[in-house]
Design a protein around this ligand. Structure first.
Ligand SMILES: [Zn+2]
Length: 83
């Protein structure tokens, strides 16, 4: 899922009257949807690959994973592995 699709989904919900009244719920839904947009991992000072949303270590430095995790185990952020 990309940014455009998430924005489209939010637009559709609001146009069709499915958007909740309270702002906290809107923010929660937005946050959940935004985590479906794959983001590249960030590197910490030890060279570990970390989740860009919560900082959870998703790949230890020097460890060759056969299959990179598609989502952060901690918060569900979709991860984009470019290399
Ligand atoms: Zn995370």
């Amino acid at each position: 899922m990309d940014t455009q699709k998430v924005k489209g989904a939010l637009d559709w919900l609001s146009k069709n009257g499915y958007m909740p009244e309270d702002w906290e719920t809107v923010e929660y839904i937005t946050e959940v949807l935004e985590k479906q947009i794959p983001k590249e991992p960030v590197e910490d000072e030890y060279g570990h690959k970390c989740c860009p949303a919560c900082g959870w270590v998703i790949l230890l430095n020097g460890v060759q994973e056969e299959r990179f995790t598609p989502h952060c185990e901690n918060c569900g952020q979709a991860i984009e592995w470019s290399d």
